[in-house]
Design a protein around this ligand. Structure first.
Ligand SMILES: NC(=O)C1=CN([C@@H]2O[C@H](COP(=O)(O)OP(=O)(O)OC[C@H]3O[C@@H](n4cnc5c(N)ncnc54)[C@H](O)[C@@H]3O)[C@@H](O)[C@H]2O)C=CC1
Ligand SMILES: CC(C)CC(=O)C(=O)O
Ligand SMILES: [Mg+2]
Length: 363
């Protein structure tokens, strides 16, 4: 009897359901042609769930995810729900809590610009002749997105808001371990990014990362301040291997690295806990400006499935086949709106179909 894999699918808001449809096509091929027993079950999350059930993260969704081997998420949020009080908006009421619930502290965001596709990047060609391959390792369940108190005070003559950034040593230790271990599989370089010239949490971050680095003598560790880092990445992304960041900094850096490959619409992510259970989602958001137009790039979602298959289902060969299929489709010249330099672009569905064709060619 073949092993059965259960994937909880959470399409969410905005372009989430559109790009998820294209990802289902790849799952169907894996089931039919590779005879892998994958069972998918869909659950609501985010704004759509608020509309349907009055709550952004229903119990049914959490229980469905708990019973699965991994979660594949589209995206959440959009202007319709921006007017809600902070605690009720999809970001704070569903995305952050689901990450915390499963202790998904390790967020891996690989940004790869292949040499042969370097013209997709907005950077000048001579800066990216050889492309680049950066893995952003972002701490995902701590820092300022989770600190308390977070509150707006509006009293007589006083109107202010507070966010609190907290990092415990153990939170820094465990994400640093992940970054060093990942770098051993790559080019053995870790660049840790912080603001240790100003922030107390960053001082502890740097001290702790330095201590962990002693366990990894083969890995070259360097530190950059956040402001300089965003500049260095644009000047020469190829100098970076693994970039290790606190939550907020990683949010920014990963968008930057993603867009340097051509579009944030191609950047997948894996959010993992210590048991290799993971939530996989595009690094970008709900892209409301492209929603419903059949123009969104489905690559980030398809590559997120690839990461799921690698990290949670442990089928590296299938993950590699998907990655190759995406690469070949781009080499064949197919471009969605976000990566097209002219008016010649394919729709979301056409891109999905082309990736499926390339995938079948690889089998
Ligand atoms: N993990 C998640 O679910 C995330 C949700 N969000 C939410 O999404 C909503 C929109 O946020 P924004 O700041 O506009 O960021 P965004 O990432 O949704 O969009 C930024 C830009 O990138 C483009 N883009 C993103 N993904 C694309 C794709 N697959 N194909 C083509 N173009 C793509 C968008 O069209 C837009 O121009 C907000 O409500 C935000 O809170 C934002 C980031 C992550
Ligand atoms: C709500 C945000 C923290 C989501 C986001 O921008 C991200 O995870 O990259
Ligand atoms: Mg982000």
């Amino acid at each position: 009897m073949h092993k059965k894999y259960k994937i909880a699918i959470l399409p969410g808001d905005g372009i989430g359901p559109e790009v998820m449809q294209e990802t289902y096509k790849i799952i169907e091929i894996i089931k039919k042609k590779l005879l892998i027993n994958i069972q998918t079950s869909e659950y609501d999350i985010g704004g759509i769930s608020i509309d349907k059930h009055g709550i952004a993260l229903p119990k049914k969704t959490l229980i469905g995810c708990e019973k699965s081997d991994a979660i594949l998420l589209g995206s959440i949020g959009g202007p319709k729900w921006d007017i809600l009080p902070p605690k009720e908006r999809p970001e704070i009421a569903s995305l952050l809590p689901i990450r915390k619930h499963f202790n998904l502290f390790a967020n891996l965001r690989p940004s790869i610009l292949h040499k042969k596709l370097n013209y997709l990047s907005p950077l000048k060609k001579n800066n990216i002749k050889d492309g680049f391959d950066i893995l952003c390792v972002r701490e995902l369940t701590g820092g300022i997105y989770f600190g308390k108190p977070r509150i707006e005070i509006n009293k007589k003559n006083m109107h202010y808001a507070i966010d609190t950034s907290i990092y415990h040593k153990y939170e820094i230790q465990r994400i640093a371990e992940i970054a060093f271990q990942e770098s051993l599989k790559r080019r053995c370089k870790v660049t840790s990014i912080d603001k240790a010239n100003v922030l107390y949490t960053s001082k502890l971050w740097r001290k702790t990362v330095n201590k962990i680095s002693k366990k990894y003598p083969k890995v070259h560790l360097s530190h950059l301040y956040f402001d300089n880092a965003v500049m260095q990445i644009i000047k020469n992304p190829n100098q970076f291997d693994v970039i290790l960041c606190p939550n907020l900094i990683g949010d920014v850096i990963s968008d930057e690295c993603g867009s340097l490959t051509g579009s944030i619409g191609m950047l997948p992510s894996a959010s993992l806990n210590t048991k290799n259970f993971g939530l996989y989602e595009p690094a970008g958001g709900a892209a409301p400006d492209t929603q419903g137009k059949n123009i969104a790039n489905p690559i980030a979602q398809i590559l997120s499935l690839s990461m799921l298959i690698k990290h949670s289902l442990k089928m590296n060969h299938i993950s590699n086949l998907i990655n190759t299929a995406v690469y070949k489709t781009l080499l064949k010249g197919f471009r969605t709106h976000d990566i097209s330099h002219d008016k010649n672009f394919v729709t979301t569905k056409e891109m999905g179909n082309e990736i499926v064709k390339s995938f079948i060619e690889e089998l």
